[in-house]
Design a protein around this ligand. Structure first.
Ligand code: NAP
Length: 259
């Protein structure tokens, strides 16, 4: 007998907002969320990349739209989340994934301008994003879930990327606090902490720090880097109703990386 049961996607019928969706982990997440049944709204600064990913998703039968958004600009973030609601009439879930980096080096080499920029994009950006998303979820779907992309580097000393690590640790703190504040109304907030993941951000680090790949792999029991899709899988699960009793956690997706 043929089994004709169709298993619904992890994110079936949900509207998902994804920042940093033009490439890397965010693009992989947008593609995966769409395959899992979500209507996705992709946000970042580079419109050509967003368009390309959205078109690819639509070509595979998914529903995808894009909106240009700068995470360093509060009005831009509010407008982007507003656009998702305008297009689909609701917001259920969001993946705050977009972030930037500064050149690697010891703390005394970080310029004040770089520190301010990474603060604005990587810490204030996710905070502002959460505020806009929570307001949108409340006003439409009523309950929902948010995942913030932090980093395994937030959980340990990060002497090569001290400002980056500090902002990501701040995101962990905001995640924990938001989970407590918004849990009672049915909005779950979690984080994923990726280890070494093969994206443009990591390629730039490899270019400026020869040997870093081998050093990181040597500290990683699985002995290799992650593909962006492997991080996206964890975010999809945390955003789905299958993780209905999970909130306030930062899930390491790091091949078991040792500090
Ligand atoms: N790759 C790793 O090894 C690794 C490890 C741990 C954590 N992570 C985290 O994973 C997330 C994704 O990183 P990735 O490796 O996929 O990097 P990526 O390939 O460089 O992608 C970063 C994305 O964020 C967007 N972005 C950067 N600055 C932005 C801004 N000001 N406003 C809006 N969007 C912005 C980029 O688009 P635009 O430049 O077009 O705006 C791009 O779409 C980040 O939070 C990163 O910190 C990565």
């Amino acid at each position: 007998m043929t089994n004709t049961t169709t298993v619904p996607g992890l994110l079936d019928r949900k509207v998902a907002f994804v920042t940093g969706a033009g490439r890397g982990i965010g693009a992989a997440a947008a593609r995966l969320f769409a395959r899992e049944g979500a209507r996705v709204v992709l946000a970042a600064r580079t419109e050509s990349q967003l368009k390309a990913v959205a078109e690819e998703i639509r070509a595979e039968g998914g529903v995808a739209d894009h909106v240009v958004c700068d995470l360093g600009d509060a009005a831009s973030i509010r407008a982007a989340v507003g656009r998702a609601v305008e297009v689909h009439g609701r917001l259920d879930v969001a993946f705050n994934n977009g972030a930037t980096n500064v050149p690697p080096g010891p703390m005394d080499r970080v310029t004040e301008a770089d520190f301010d920029r990474i603060y604005a994009v990587n810490l204030k950006g996710p905070w502002l994003s959460m505020l806009a998303e929570i307001e949108a979820i409340r006003a439409t779907a009523g309950t929902g879930a948010i995942v913030n992309n932090t980093s395994v580097g937030s959980l340990m000393a990060n002497p090569d990327l001290p400002a980056y690590g500090a902002m990501k640790r701040g995101v962990n703190s905001l995640t924990a606090s938001a989970a407590v504040t918004y849990g009672p109304e049915g909005i779950r907030i979690n984080g994923v902490a990726p280890g070494t993941t093969m994206t443009e951000m990591f390629s730039e680090w490899m270019e400026s720090s020869p040997g870093i790949l081998d050093q990181l792999n040597a500290r990683t029991p699985l002995g290799r880097v992650a593909e962006p899709e492997e991080v996206a899988e964890a975010a999809a699960w945390l955003l789905s109703d299958r993780a209905s009793y999970v909130t306030g956690t930062v899930l390491r997706v790091d091949g078991g990386m040792l500090s």
